[in-house]
Design a protein around this ligand. Structure first.
Ligand code: NAP
Length: 282
């Protein structure tokens, strides 16, 4: 069988960002104010600092303003909730991103729920999860939203397909499964207590790996012709799928890096511009 075709997230993300930048410029010209994303970071975890900086840089290049709130690691839940409520009420801020993780002593769910749903451009609130699950208008979690966009770009219609999602985190596994279900896939979730992961993966027309374990999913378990989405990002640019063996069996596969990763920030930018357009009535 021929090798799988690569799903180029870098190229698609570039187009999504270019489109968002055009909409941002148009909005700025018509309303006099640029869309603005507030980024909130608690503590100085090096990976989180890098992620937030990447998001701010990408915003700047797309004509989206960003306002950064850097908080000490000692910030309490009440203080963080207070700041997020202020940003939610601030008409100059259109989207809010609270960088995960916030530290064990903070109630992250309480903090997320302090974000106004109309500014939840990272799709982390209960309200966003509900609208996403029902297929209603609202903001989606960015990585899952980016994954669905990739499937659409490559002509993969989830309807009627067997989708196996490996991982059930609140930001990735669960929402991507709900999005696939809303698009009429038959969805199976696997997780650390799944008894026979290989058997489940072998049934899948679409595999989404969202685990954080390098090369956990092996090519021998990929059904010939399946679509393989690797959201994993492990040290050394290694995904959750064993790419070299999976590429021999799949019909489409995301590389790591350059597959799912770039779609996350692109979706964030797109949703920030959409949020600004709705709030500015433009
Ligand atoms: P997470 O919160 O640690 O969740 C991992 C999930 O994998 C859990 O549901 C866990 O099951 C499951 N799991 C762990 N070991 C397993 C095993 N041996 N077999 C089957 N399932 C297993 O991780 P996450 O935040 O969802 O991230 C997952 C991966 O995606 C990471 O590599 C992360 O870097 C990457 N990621 C990428 C992006 C991007 O933009 N590209 C964004 C977010 C995350 P339990 O629920 O039972 O514990």
């Amino acid at each position: 069988m021929a090798q799988a075709r690569l799903m180029d997230g870098t190229a698609l993300a570039r187009r999504v960002v270019e489109d968002a930048a055009r909409k941002a410029a148009d909005l700025t010209a018509r309303t006099g104010g640029a869309p603005c994303l507030a980024t909130v970071l608690v503590g100085e975890d090096p990976a989180s600092v890098t992620y937030v900086r990447m998001k701010q840089n990408r915003c700047r290049r797309a004509g989206v303003a960003s306002r950064h709130v850097a908080l000490p690691a000692t910030t309490t839940t009440a203080e963080l909730v207070g700041i997020l409520r202020e940003l939610s009420a601030d008409p100059g801020v259109h989207g809010i991103l609270l960088q995960h993780p916030v530290g064990d002593h903070v109630d992250e769910r309480a903090a997320f729920e302090a974000i106004a749903p109309e500014k939840d451009v990272d799709g982390v609130t209960f309200a966003s999860f509900a609208t996403m699950s029902f297929g209603l208008p609202g903001f989606v979690s960015c990585t899952p939203g980016g994954i669905l966009r990739l499937l659409d770009e490559y002509g993969v219609d989830p309807a009627g397909k067997r989708a196996v999602v490996v991982g059930r985190s609140a930001i990735l596994g669960k929402p991507v499964g709900m999005l696939l279900l809303a698009r009429d896939a038959t969805v199976t979730y696997c997780h650390s207590r799944t008894r026979d992961l290989s058997a489940a993966v072998r049934e899948a027309d679409i595999v989404v790996a969202a685990v954080g374990r390098p090369r956990l999913i092996r090519g021998q378990d990929i059904k010939p012709g399946a679509v393989v989405i690797d959201a994993g990002y492990n040290p050394g640019n290694v995904g959750d799928v064993d790419f070299d063996s999976a590429v021999e069996r799949a019909s489409l596969i995301t590389p790591v890096p350059g597959g799912v990763g770039p779609m996350t920030i692109a979706t964030l930018l797109e949703q920030t511009v959409d949020a600004a357009a709705r709030q500015l009535g433009a």
